[in-house]
Design a protein around this ligand. Structure first.
Ligand code: MG
Length: 258
């Protein structure tokens, strides 16, 4: 069921989303060669707690027998890791890496979800392009996140932009509605046909998240039961914001004023 948020609920979404964005900024400021993804995890969690939120990814159920609940407060996915990388003291960032940080703050009953891919020092041109296309794909998509449009209009715009740039979107994972639950209806694929799917209405809150790969569109899951990597070992990137459908332009909720 797609939930339409009331005015009061939207205010709570705004708050959770602002905290997610603050945590993202704190992580960004700490990224440098030599830091571990575990340290980034601590920074994100501490920032959320400082603002009265908790990291919703921690303890998220795998839903698979024998696979533990997610142990991190963030997903930290380095280079060929696409999503759901587990923060670790053994994963130390080095010059030339790219790292995707996906985090969710939970406060007062509501979730705020955002992801960014960051460069560690100087990165090669290919990775630079990958990051730019992934971010721009989000903005191409939300141009269509307007009252009366259909969900497929967003998906189509993202997929077409990525393809036009010679890269591939991940097809097995998608964006989602968000609110009281981290994952609500509708699912939002990063590819598809325009003019299909539900009609967008003011009060819908959606997490739109292009996941893009430099190489083939094949992915694998590591034995930890969480980490998704590209099959060919080429880099992947991720860019996500929680947005609000309004009467006019969409509002990006996981964005800081400055
Ligand atoms: Mg996310």
């Amino acid at each position: 069921m797609v939930t339409i948020k009331s005015k009061q609920e939207i205010e709570k979404m705004r708050e959770a989303c602002k905290i997610a964005a603050l945590a993202q900024r704190a992580v960004e400021e700490a990224i440098k060669p030599g830091i571990s993804t575990w340290e980034l995890d601590r920074i994100a969690e501490n920032t959320m707690k400082q603002y009265g939120a908790i990291p919703a990814e921690k303890g998220y159920p795998s839903g698979v027998k024998g696979v533990p609940d997610f142990p991190g407060s963030i997903c930290a996915s380095v280079n060929d890791e696409v999503i759901h990388g587990i923060p670790s003291k053994r994963v130390i960032l080095k010059e030339g890496d790219i790292i995707s940080i996906d985090l969710v703050a939970y406060k007062d009953g509501f979730h705020g979800d955002c992801a960014r891919t960051y460069a560690v020092g100087n990165i090669n041109k290919e990775s630079q392009k990958l990051m730019e296309v992934t971010k721009q794909a989000f903005f191409e998509g939300i141009q269509f996140a307007k009252k009366g449009n259909r969900l497929g209009d967003i998906s189509h715009a993202i997929g077409e932009f990525v393809e036009k740039n010679g890269l591939n979107v991940v097809k097995e994972f998608q964006g989602h509605g968000i609110g009281r639950q981290m994952h609500e209806d509708p699912g939002i694929p990063n590819y598809g046909k325009a003019g299909r799917g539900i009609r967008l209405e003011p009060g819908m809150t959606l997490a739109i998240e292009p996941m893009v790969m430099l190489g083939s569109d094949e992915i694998l899951q590591l034995e930890d039961g969480w980490t998704i990597v590209t099959e060919d070992g080429k880099n992947a990137a991720h860019y996500e914001n929680t947005i609000l459908i309004t009467e006019n332009k969409p509002e990006i909720l996981t964005k800081l004023e400055k």
